[in-house]
Design a protein around this ligand. Structure first.
Ligand code: AMP
Length: 397
């Protein structure tokens, strides 16, 4: 059974065709500059050379047609007809309180997604464009929506309510939603599978550390708290996002820097985080190079990043009344041993110790805790596309 996984952005679209029974990626690719001059598709079929196709793609519908043509092409294709696409799984950023799990997309689901758009104006309308383009081209293929927010719908009220008036929640839906749910769920589930224990009996802290970063407390397989909030701007200090700040900073900054609201939001999302602190880069490889060369701001940025993580790990251990495992994933979590070490440093009091030698690993499923650590620490590479394909399979098989 072939499942097409689609992650549609406003001007870009990523896809993977996955043969789900064997967990095999048959082809994958990225379309960029949809609706902009210079539209192109980079397509990589399994076992064949990468191809780059340049042709005008004024909208998502044309982009999906070009993608399907690439998948069926005589030379670089991997299927011979559209009938070989059995289901499509769409990544959807925001499902608000409507969706606590993945769903088959119907007219009602689309209406609910439109309702959610004001909560994620940069993402949901783009996700919807991808969904509608696929429906019009493949009307008989089942479509599934997999939400970044769904896994966190199990959070109790005490974790998702802000200290605002209750009307802010009731009337304007202002609450913690949390994001990266597909990834947190995938690595927590995968870890339980790897150690052969029932996730229902485990208290896990999952650290998704990439360009966007978040941490989740997973108690008995359920998200009970997470660092991202109403939007993905809250929580950890990220590549270019500020994470938690005092809200009173916003008007003060606007006044001092002469920015309007839109510029301020842009600033908090794109010019802050480790990039803003270091003045060097949002990429941790560049930060390490600068730090080793004596750039103090780069060193400080790395320390701020890890300190915030350590605080949340401690906080979530308290929230769950203990912790059995701490998991690291995504670009930084999977590939930066030194950052993992710095995040765990000082957590000996909860029984967490890293084995520095074993920890010197990149992108592998591996236990990295010391033998005397009472908390299991692991590197578990995430695979959001596979997770979306599995969710889709479960609903369509
Ligand atoms: P992601 O958003 O999960 O794709 O993560 C992207 C980020 O991972 C990059 O911006 C880098 O900061 C980080 N990253 C990727 N590879 C490495 C590496 N080998 N060492 C350290 N950081 C890395």
């Amino acid at each position: 059974m072939n499942i097409l996984v689609i992650n549609a952005g406003s001007s870009s679209l990523k896809y993977q065709l996955i043969e789900i029974v064997n967990n095999k990626i048959v082809a994958k690719g990225t379309i960029e500059r949809i609706g902009i001059e210079g539209s192109n598709l980079v397509h990589k079929p399994e076992g064949k050379d990468l191809v780059r196709i340049e042709q005008p793609m004024p909208d998502h519908k044309v982009a999906i047609k070009v993608m399907i043509a690439a998948l069926m092409d005589k030379e670089h294709g991997v299927i011979s007809s559209m009938d070989e696409i059995n289901a499509v799984g769409h990544r959807v950023v925001h499902g608000a309180e409507y969706f606590s799990g993945s769903v088959i997309i119907t007219d009602e689901v689309i209406a609910a997604l439109e309702e959610c758009s004001e909560l994620a104006p940069l993402h949901n309308p783009a996700n919807l464009m991808g969904i509608q383009a696929c429906i019009s081209i493949m009307p008989n293929v089942p479509m599934v929506g997999v939400f970044d927010t769904a896994f966190h719908q199990t959070m109790p009220k005490r974790a998702y309510l802000y200290g605002l008036s209750y009307e802010a929640y009731q009337e304007y839906r202002i609450r913690r939603y949390g994001f990266h749910g597909t990834s947190h769920k995938y690595i927590a589930t995968r870890y339980a599978e790897l150690i052969g224990k029932d996730i229902k009996n485990l208290k896990i802290i999952t650290c998704h550390l990439g360009n966007g970063s978040s941490i989740t407390a997973v108690d008995g397989g359920k998200s009970i708290d997470t660092t991202m909030g109403f939007t993905p701007l809250e929580g950890l200090v990220m590549g270019t996002r500020s994470g938690d700040i005092d809200p009173a900073i916003v008007p003060y900054l606007m006044d001092k820097m002469g920015m309007d609201l839109e510029q301020t939001i842009q600033y908090l999302n794109k010019e802050c985080g480790v990039y803003g602190i270091s003045g060097v880069s949002s990429d941790f490889r560049d930060l390490w190079v600068a730090s080793i060369q004596g750039n103090e701001r780069a060193t400080t940025a790395l320390e701020v990043f890890c300190y915030r993580i350590r605080k949340f790990i401690g906080g979530y251990a308290a929230a769950m009344g203990g912790v059995d495992a701490i998991l690291f994933t995504a670009g930084i979590g999977e590939n930066d041993p030194k950052i993992r070490e710095m995040c765990i440093e000082g957590l000996e009091f909860i029984g967490a110790r890293i084995d520095k030698e074993i920890n010197d690993v990149k992108g592998k499923e591996l236990r990295i805790s010391a033998p005397d650590s009472t908390v299991d620490i692991w590197c578990v590479p995430t695979n959001e596309e596979l997770a979306i394909a599995r969710e889709t399979y479960l609903l369509c098989k």
